[in-house]
Design a binder for this molecule. Sequence first.
Ligand SMILES: Cc1ncc(C[n+]2csc(CCOP(=O)(O)OP(=O)(O)O)c2C)c(N)n1
Ligand code: SF4
Length: 286
Amino acid sequence: MDPAAYDSGVADNQWCPGCGNFGILRAVKQALAELDIPPEKLAFVSGIGQAAKFPHYIKCNYFNGLHGRSIPAALAIQAVNPELVVIAESGEGCNYGEGGNHFIHNIRRNPKITHLVHDNMIYGLTKGQASPTSLKGMVTPVQVGGVILEPFNPISVAIALDASFVARAYAGHLQQTVEIIKQAIKHPGYALVDILQPCPSFNKLNTFQWYNDHVYYLEKEHDARDVQQAFKRACEAGKLPLGVFYKNEKPAFHERLRVYQHDKTPLWKRAPHDLAKLKALIESRK
Ligand SMILES: Cc1ncc(C[n+]2csc(CCOP(=O)(O)OP(=O)(O)O)c2C)c(N)n1
Ligand code: SF4
């Protein structure tokens, strides 16, 4: 398909000029086009933030919910309609901060959801406070003496929880990001892609130049099936490795649900047999 097939027609884009979000939008459209996924088969779910505006700029079905709550909505959509390609997309504040609990427990469920996290190491929408991944020492209008906390490492946390696909990409590298996103979408279970994304308006530390100097790709020989190697690479100090750190295959959430054991028909397509019973129950409680 042509990437232009995913243009939403929304002319009023709210992102700042030069924002890394544009590179991610381009990469996602190209990945979807190369995988030939029609817009009507797509369900994007996001929370609140600059990155969470993503579904407004792409032709798809979408649900734009509460801050930190994209994952539970994505899980429900995927469970009632496993035929859709479900993509949860928001910033790292939304996913690892406010939505941190969902991030952790969703990994235990392993739904077939692609989770694209725009990681700009700052709260962009609210104008530049420290986020869970902000580096120590970063000065912000709130952290005036510099960030004193250790940054959250989503890659090592996801691997430690045995997530079934864990990757890191960089918004400044289009083609490599397209390839990683394609692998994530094709993965049969939960797939996390933490995408490093410069925020030129509020993050003056982690600029395109900073990332260009601080990223490199995992070697071709890296064995993504080896959990100990993957964890070791995720914990590396200094430069940030990019690529697929870890993957394994285990049943997805919907495959383990009893309602799909003997009948693969998506729940939403099934006749609502119990509506009369439900109505009677409601009436009986009045
Ligand atoms: C429960 C709740 N807490 C805080 C906020 C305020 N808030 C809105 S967006 C945001 C930060 C967004 O940062 P991030 O998720 O990293 O996305 P970005 O804007 O950087 O893309 C915050 C704190 C909110 N809307 N809801
Ligand atoms: S505030 Fe930062 S993340 Fe948000 S659109 Fe502007 S440059 Fe991008």
